[in-house]
Design a protein around this ligand. Structure first.
Ligand code: AMP
Length: 174
């Protein structure tokens, strides 16, 4: 199994959810046992010696691989959720998407001073949601933050929006 095989298993859906968007559908990758295992294993190998104490997943596709990765790394898992879902005291931020706007929330007691964080989402497009997520994490202090994606759409140059990170790592690039 190599990156090309993972890439081939991701379905491209033109004009979804609106005209002009090339939607990268990971359902076709996730349903293949070997591809799922390989994606998790590659990320695990990359992060196993970095002292990650919490994986932070962005709702909702960041929860899938993010939580498996947290389990494998022996780290905790924290959810960045869409508004109105988290029940206790929280921080909130609004941000722009490749298509539309959205908000994210995190519980105020989700992160501790000594945590080393791995922020994870399925895909980096414009970098709007990753940047907003990072701003939320900065409300807790200056924890080291690693950032990972299954997919990066390089021509949108999302990484240029992101700073102050330990590292950005994407498994598959288009
Ligand atoms: P952005 O904030 O522009 O980097 O967009 C990233 C978020 O939007 C991720 O959570 C993705 O799930 C979703 N997204 C944006 N563009 C696409 C795309 N072309 N295919 C699949 N998901 C996308």
């Amino acid at each position: 199994m190599n990156i090309e095989k993972i890439k081939k298993s991701i379905r491209n859906v033109p004009d979804f959810p609106k005209k002009g968007i090339q939607f990268k559908d990971i359902t076709t990758a996730l349903k293949e046992p070997e591809v799922l295992q390989e994606m998790v294993n590659l990320l695990y190998e990359h992060y196993k010696d970095k002292g990650i104490t919490k994986v932070v997943g962005i709702e909702s596709r960041g929860f899938i691989i993010g939580s498996i990765l947290a389990y494998k790394l022996g780290a905790g898992f924290v959810m960045l959720r869409k508004p109105g879902k988290l029940p206790a005291d929280k921080f909130k931020i609004e941000y722009e998407l490749e298509y539309g706007t959205d908000s994210l929330e995190i519980h105020k007691d989700a992160i501790s001073e000594n945590d080393v964080l791995l922020l994870h989402d399925d895909l980096l497009a414009t970098g709007g949601s990753a940047n907003a997520s990072l701003q939320l994490l900065r409300k807790f202090g200056n924890n080291p933050v690693y950032l990972s994606f299954l997919i990066e759409l390089t021509e949108l140059n999302g990484t240029s929006k992101l700073s102050g990170l330990e590292e950005i790592y994407s498994l598959v690039k288009y």
